[in-house]
Write a protein that binds this ligand. Structure first.
Ligand SMILES: Nc1ncnc2c1ncn2[C@@H]1O[C@H](COP(=O)(O)OP(=O)(O)OP(=O)(O)O)[C@@H](O)[C@H]1O
Ligand SMILES: [Mg+2]
Length: 326
């Protein structure tokens, strides 16, 4: 649905995005991660035809951002970092205006405005002036304008930035409700949000892509063995340890902290062994209470920091001879 090939964007002398390539399949929700200044917004602006690429190619729904911007825009809903709302307008008035701009036939506009107001939960305030809304509501209006023409692709630049935890949850639920029939790229600095909302992750660092992977695969990076944390209540630590050590596929059992009244262990499996089901069965068969069983992996935060640790200076120049459009 989105295809980026060798994309470079240079602002005057500064190369913000360097020869990046990635693809996003239909219906995927992709988290776009990177430190401040990594190049996320720049990439999103190119994909949404707000900026022309300096070199390389990007297509959205099969349309080229340089050659067919009109078709790209029809297929894309964009929530920029700062929602493009007019503070002096009422919500309904603004959304009606956007609907007209996006070419929705006059007879359908009122129905469509009502639908997006309901979907983004702003129906109860839709006659309010935008300038008097809280940031969270303004963000929802921003999302409403992005989806009003029901585009198959959504590009959301930090959709939950600056929102309180409850509002973040609402926006996350809204994004989840849009999944399935929409392909979504969202940038964020909240890594738990990526784990909750996204199937895949693209990590960009200093304008270069350092990872394109599923969330699950990122967690497993560099690991061919499974580590599992368990907590068992109503048993003696020595008995539990002995029981766990006998489970097929277990390589090592190490004690770890547990809640009061329980004992905890970290269990490492042999290479390529999937030990969770057998561990659970052994504990339950022994007549103990299994109060926790969870896979232990590197956290997304650790992986992110590892991949974005700056090793090299920003010296790479745009490739000689590449087509330059700006
Ligand atoms: N209009 C511009 N003119 C010149 N340089 C720019 C412009 N916009 C962005 N840059 C530079 O390009 C680089 C990438 O910026 P970009 O806004 O894409 O980063 P980002 O990943 O979105 O960061 P953040 O997480 O802070 O939003 C930065 O070094 C930034 O200073
Ligand atoms: Mg940005």
């Amino acid at each position: 649905m989105i295809k980026v090939e060798g994309l470079t964007k240079r602002y005057a002398r500064h190369v913000a995005v360097k020869n990046i390539s990635f693809e996003v399949g239909k219906g995927e929700i992709v988290g776009f991660l990177g430190k401040n200044g990594a190049g996320k917004t720049t990439t999103m602006r190119v994909l949404t035809c707000f900026l022309p690429p300096t070199a390389g190619k990007a297509t959205v729904a099969g349309f080229d951002v340089l050659e067919q911007p009109h078709d790209v825009k029809k297929n894309i809903g964009y929530l920029p970092e700062t929602p493009p709302v007019y503070p002096e307008m009422g919500i309904s008035e603004y959304l009606t205006f956007v609907a007209k701009l996006k070419g929705i036939p006059n007879g359908e506009i009122a129905k469509r405005v009502d639908e997006v107001c309901e979907r983004t939960a702003i129906g109860d305030v839709k006659n309010k002036i935008i300038g008097k809304l809280s940031k969270g509501y303004r963000q929802r209006v921003g999302i409403a304008q992005a989806i009003i023409h029901n585009p198959p692709v959504l590009i959301l630049d930090e959709p939950t930035s600056g929102l309180d935890p409850e509002q973040q949850l609402h926006v996350r639920e809204l994004i989840a409700s849009l999944s399935g029939d929409h392909t979504i790229i969202l940038s964020t600095h909240i890594l738990s949000e990526v784990e909750q909302s996204c199937s895949n992750v693209i990590i960009i660092n200093n304008g270069e892509i350092v990872a394109v992977d599923s969330v699950a695969a990122l967690h497993k990076r560099g690991r061919s063995t499974e580590s599992v944390g368990v907590e068992v209540a109503g048993a003696l630590a020595a008995d539990v340890r002995q029981c766990l050590e006998q489970v097929p596929g277990v390589a090592r059992v190490v004690s770890r902290d547990a809640r009061e009244g329980a004992v905890g262990f970290e269990i490492e499996g042999l290479e390529h062994a999937f030990i969770r089901p057998e561990l659970a069965r052994a504990i339950v068969n022994a007549g103990w209470n299994l109060t926790e069983l969870k896979p232990l992996g590197e956290s997304l935060e650790e992986i992110f920091l590892d991949l974005t640790r700056s090793e090299k200076k920003d010296t790479e120049a745009v490739k000689e001879g590449a087509p330059v459009t700006q």
